[in-house]
Design a protein around this ligand. Structure first.
Ligand code: PSU
Ligand code: MN
Length: 311
């Protein structure tokens, strides 16, 4: 867990985010690995403005988190955001364990879910929106590739709004691991765990809420108990969601390709997502952008509900 006092000295909080935090208004943290590694230019720029606008429309302040020249930014000015969106893939992918390295070496990069969760918590931001979380990769029983996202969510007192786990993963094993780590996974208006590109992963959830108000009540209760994060799983919008069989079919080929190129470690997730984008074309891109925006919107509604009565 990042230490709040020390971290504050390393952080640059934008004035709008700082004002909202001081006045206890709704703030939504946004990750930036999706901008630096996840989406090609110029779609990453479209993602940034659509998510920020969705948060604003629902009465929240967006706080994109990233590390630029070693500074931890909470709320990224447009000129610095472009350093990531126009980096052509050379920006660092910063997971929780890389934060200290990136700061010490004055590096520039996008923060993944694990790093963003920990930085958001240390900055006093309770709600965080992303596309899909990382998790247990297929074949993990032999190569042990489990995303640090899961452990970071378990220990950070943050509500993580997502459209499920990335479909390239072993989703059932990811849910098992979240149970082991003590992370509640709550469906928003659904009994199914969403499948990122698809409305359902085919796996059922134990608990659901119907709206942001119910989600806020549950999350506040968890915070009162002094426990870690909660995952709120929102199905991707029906208009752009893909079919389960179609995604699985192409995924099999993408996994073979990853094996053929001996892709390992942090490169696995970006490689598989890029393969899927190439195989399914513009549809994955549209689905990805729509679900990111949709998650940002729900996260803002949740943050507004959480802030109610605090000002
Ligand atoms: N690359 C992408 N898209 C992403 C990510 C990386 O093309 O969304 C990021 C997310 O921020 C997520 C992380 O937290 O990947 C998980 O990576 P890994 O499986 O290496 O832990
Ligand atoms: Mn990994």
């Amino acid at each position: 867990m990042l230490l709040q006092g020390y971290l504050a000295r390393l952080m640059k909080i934008s004035s709008d985010v700082q004002a909202a935090l001081t006045q206890r208004r709704a703030v939504v943290a946004l990750e930036s690995s999706v901008l630096a590694q996840g989406l090609p230019h110029p779609h990453n720029e479209e993602c940034a403005w659509r998510c920020a606008a969705a948060v604003r429309e629902r009465g929240g302040v967006a706080a994109t988190i990233a590390i630029i020249d070693g500074d931890i930014h909470v709320g990224l000015p447009p000129a610095l955001l472009q350093r990531l969106t126009q980096s052509g893939g050379v920006a660092m992918k910063i997971a929780a364990r890389d934060v200290a390295v990136a700061v010490a070496k004055k590096s520039t990069g996008g923060t993944t879910v694990s790093a963003t969760c920990e930085i958001a918590a240390a900055a006093g931001i309770a709600v965080f929106a992303t596309g899909g979380i990382g998790g247990v990769h297929r074949g993990a029983s032999t190569h042990f590739d489990v995303s640090p996202d899961l452990a970071a969510i378990a220990k950070s007192p943050v509500a993580v709004v997502c459209a499920g786990a990335k479909s390239v993963l072993d989703v059932a094993a990811t849910l098992e691991q979240l149970e082991t780590l003590g992370v509640p996974v709550i469906g928003v208006g659904t009994d199914d765990f969403p499948g990122f590109y698809t409305r359902s992963s085919g796996l059922k959830l134990e608990h659901r809420v119907e709206n942001a108000e119910e989600a806020a009540h549950l999350f506040k209760t968890r915070r009162l108990l002094g426990q870690g994060g909660v995952i709120f799983a929102v199905p991707p919008p029906a208009e752009t969601a893909l079919g389960f069989d179609e995604v699985e079919h192409h995924l099999k080929d993408a996994l073979v390709e990853a094996e053929r190129h001996s892709v390992r470690g942090k490169a696995v997730t970006p490689f598989l997502l890029k393969q899927m984008a190439e195989r399914l074309g513009n549809k994955t891109l549209q689905a990805n952008l729509a679900l990111l925006e949709n998650n940002a919107r729900f996260a803002a509604e949740l943050a507004v509900e959480c802030a109610r009565g605090k000002q």
